[in-house]
Ligand binder design. Structure first.
Ligand SMILES: Nc1nc2c(c(=O)[nH]1)N[C@H]1C(S)=C(S)[C@@H](COP(=O)(O)O)O[C@H]1N2
Ligand SMILES: [Mo]
Length: 385
């Protein structure tokens, strides 16, 4: 059984990263979640693709794919989460795709700094935001439209905001926006417009459907478009509903905090009464999720609730209650994961289960097969290793 994206809806595809099957820091492209509102546009000739810039600029511009490829490239590692991730766990059902935990992934995005495209065009002083439009088109709310979103000028000019051409070193897949997409690190995925075709500089707050009707929340009594990602954590092992042997159980997962870093992840094994800080492991980078783990010594068999609560480096933390003003988005409320502890000695968490291991090994083997070695090996006849 080779890991694959978990299909939530098809036509268009909406699918999840099988998180607990890919315990690696980088999510392989093939397993990276897909959120499509419309069918991806059919691109027969990527060489003919043009990206245009218009609106409040002194010099409107257009770029071909080849021109963009010839410009200096910049890479950013970043976690992308769909703002609807976790919707199926809400106690009060909200409309929209019923995502589990997997509408999230982490990759290296490479392309041209948007700033490098914008600056030579002479943006007018009155400009406040930029509208980005994708080539995908379809019906939503009874109207036919292209997918489009706007970004405040300051974030558009940030040196890490990209017109991305590559994902984990490979050309973008059709489902991830080939041949090019906007990439806005630290923001909910909706900001990163795929199949990007048109950019329009404006001095008005954009009123597009995916800006005001969808992907917006209520703050201060008013609708606001969703922007930066929120602090959140996920338990990947043991899996929800798993049975583990009494003894020492390794609890492990990931946490992320949008534009901020992860400061701390607290773990409770008694449903939130007492908390212990987990060890933050792996690589620590802005925009990237952080791996963490905690060892839990449990002697009494029974049913337990594991709860995790991440804190960002800026002091934000996950709420205990879901805020209805989030309108079915921004679902970072803490969520208990139930596990059953069986009698028996020794560490019998699911990492010790040969079935689970073989899935991990397959995932690694599959990815490593496609990755060039970054070391030079020199063999001489007769030399033993
Ligand atoms: N053109 C276009 N861009 C889009 C979307 C879309 O449907 N059309 N979906 C957005 C949403 S809601 C998310 S979460 C991300 C998902 O990116 P991915 O499918 O590459 O994971 O793309 C965003 N960009
Ligand atoms: Mo999304």
């Amino acid at each position: 059984m080779s890991p694959a994206r978990r299909i939530v809806t098809s036509g268009p595809e909406n699918s999840e990263t099988p998180l607990e099957q890919v315990p690696s820091w980088v999510t392989p492209n093939r397993l990276f979640f897909v959120r499509n509102h419309f069918e991806p546009p059919v691109v027969t000739d990527a060489r003919a693709w043009e990206l245009t810039l218009e609106g409040l600029v002194a010099r409107p511009m257009r770029w071909t794919l080849a021109q963009l490829e010839a410009m200096p490239q910049h890479g950013v590692f970043a976690t992308v989460e769909c703002a609807g991730n976790g919707r199926s766990f809400l106690k009060e059902k909200a409309e929209g795709v019923q995502w589990g935990a997997g509408a999230i992934g982490h990759a290296e995005w490479t392309g041209v700094r948007l700033r490098d495209l914008l600056e030579p065009t002479g943006i007018k002083a009155s400009a406040t935001e930029i509208i980005f439009e994708g080539a995908d088109r379809g019906e939503e709310g009874g109207k036919t439209m292209n997918f489009s979103r706007s970004l405040p000028l300051a974030k558009a000019l940030h040196p890490d905001t990209l017109v991305a051409l590559r994902m984990n070193g490979e050309a973008l897949e059709p489902n991830h926006g080939a041949p090019l997409r906007l990439f806005v690190p630290g923001w909910y995925g909706v900001a990163s417009v795929k199949w990007l075709r048109t950019m329009r500089v404006t001095d008005q707050p954009y009123q597009g459907y995916f800006q005001t009707t969808k992907y917006s929340i209520i703050r201060g009594g008013r609708r606001q478009p969703l922007g930066p990602g929120s602090v959140k954590s996920e338990v990947l092992s043991p899996a929800a509903g798993a049975q583990v042997g009494a003894g020492t159980v390794r609890i492990a997962g990931v946490a992320w905090a949008g534009e901020a870093g992860v400061g701390r992840v607290d773990v409770s094994t008694d449903g939130g009464r007492t908390w212990h800080a987990a060890h933050l492991t792996g690589i620590d980078q802005p925009y990237s999720w952080r791996q963490w783990e905690a060892l839990w010594t449990v002697t009494a068999p029974g049913d337990y609730e594991i709860v995790t609560r991440a804190h960002s480096s800026r002091g934000e933390t996950q709420p205990i209650e879901y805020d209805r003003d989030n309108l079915g988005y921004l679902i970072n409320v803490v969520r208990p994961v139930r596990v059953r502890v069986k009698a028996g000695d020794g560490a019998a968490d699911d990492f010790a289960d040969p079935g689970t291991w073989s899935v991990y090994m397959e995932a690694y083997a599959e990815e490593n097969r496609r990755r060039p070695l970054d070391v030079q090996l020199a063999f001489t006849a007769g030399d033993g290793i």
